[in-house]
Design a protein around this ligand. Structure first.
Ligand SMILES: NC(=O)c1ccc[n+]([C@@H]2O[C@H](COP(=O)([O-])OP(=O)(O)OC[C@H]3O[C@@H](n4cnc5c(N)ncnc54)[C@H](OP(=O)(O)O)[C@@H]3O)[C@@H](O)[C@H]2O)c1
Length: 231
């Protein structure tokens, strides 16, 4: 009987450990405007969140939130490898912005994140992308396309690296980001139509990110996020 109790306790310990690890999320760009909204949403829903920051990154948006930090520069592949090897991350969120770097930033960072996530056993990558990439080019205003072509191509390279990595993925593209007005409801939702174009908030994107974790409806899917309450 005592042996049986011991086995039950051990099983519970293992299950608890597995579920705690299962909720571990690494957020690239987590101190940025979009990333911080994602981190806020995930911590509010009890995910264990680690944020990659550079030594110079301003962490003010994350003040008071229960997060762990790892230091690295996504443009250094060795940093991406080290950070992904530093924990057992079930989910990776890429909410990076290039902070003035060349547009190739998105391709370089996206490739490293996809590759090292695969190597280290990440089970899901959620990439925040842009409308105008790939088949969603049809939605992009023709007059602006030439201006943003190289940026969109770099973001497309990141999407392709992710799709080819073998890691289950979700791409959530946005067209225009605005903030919700005080008191305005977040009505963001995912649409699969690549010709969709509209406004969405970072708050809404953060919720959609969280809702895609452990959600088979998001597996290996590319969405556009739109809030029909916003203009
Ligand atoms: N469609 C639209 O209207 C619209 C508007 C704005 C943004 N966006 C898109 O939304 C996404 C997120 O933008 P955001 O406004 O949240 O950007 P953001 O506030 O500038 O945040 C970008 C984050 O990425 C980090 N980062 C930059 N370079 C890094 C590096 N080499 N290594 C590690 N971290 C690095 C930044 O850290 P540091 O503080 O260290 O630089 C920061 O935390 C981007 O893809 C952007 O293109 C779309």
């Amino acid at each position: 009987m005592q042996k049986f109790r011991f086995l039950i306790v051990m099983l519970l310990v293992v299950l608890y450990g597995t579920s705690a690890r299962a909720q571990s999320v690494l957020v690239f760009g987590g101190a940025g405007q979009l990333g911080a909204e994602v981190v806020r949403e995930l911590t509010a829903h009890h995910f264990s969140v680690t944020v990659l920051v550079r030594p110079s990154s301003n962490r003010a948006r994350l003040a008071g939130l229960p997060v762990s930090f790892v230091i690295g520069d996504v443009l250094r592949e060795g940093d991406v490898e080290r950070v992904l090897r530093s924990g057992t991350f079930k989910v990776v969120v890429d909410a990076l912005g290039r902070s003035g770097a060349n547009v190739d930033f998105y391709a370089t960072a996206g490739r490293s994140i996809a590759y090292w996530s695969k190597v280290t056993g990440v089970q899901h990558i959620i990439l925040h992308g842009s409308v105008g990439v790939g088949e969603s080019r049809v939605a992009y205003p023709v007059s602006n396309y030439a201006v943003y072509k190289t940026l969109l191509q770099a973001k497309e390279a990141a999407e392709q690296a992710l799709r080819q990595s073998g890691v289950p993925f979700t791409i959530i593209r946005n067209a225009v980001l605005h903030e919700l007005n005080p008191g305005q409801m977040d009505l963001a939702h995912r649409v699969s139509d690549p010709s969709a174009w509209g406004v969405v908030s970072r708050r809404g994107l953060a919720r959609l990110t969280r809702e895609c974790i452990n959600n088979s409806a998001c597996q290996n899917k590319t969405f556009t996020a739109i809030d029909h309450g916003m203009r």
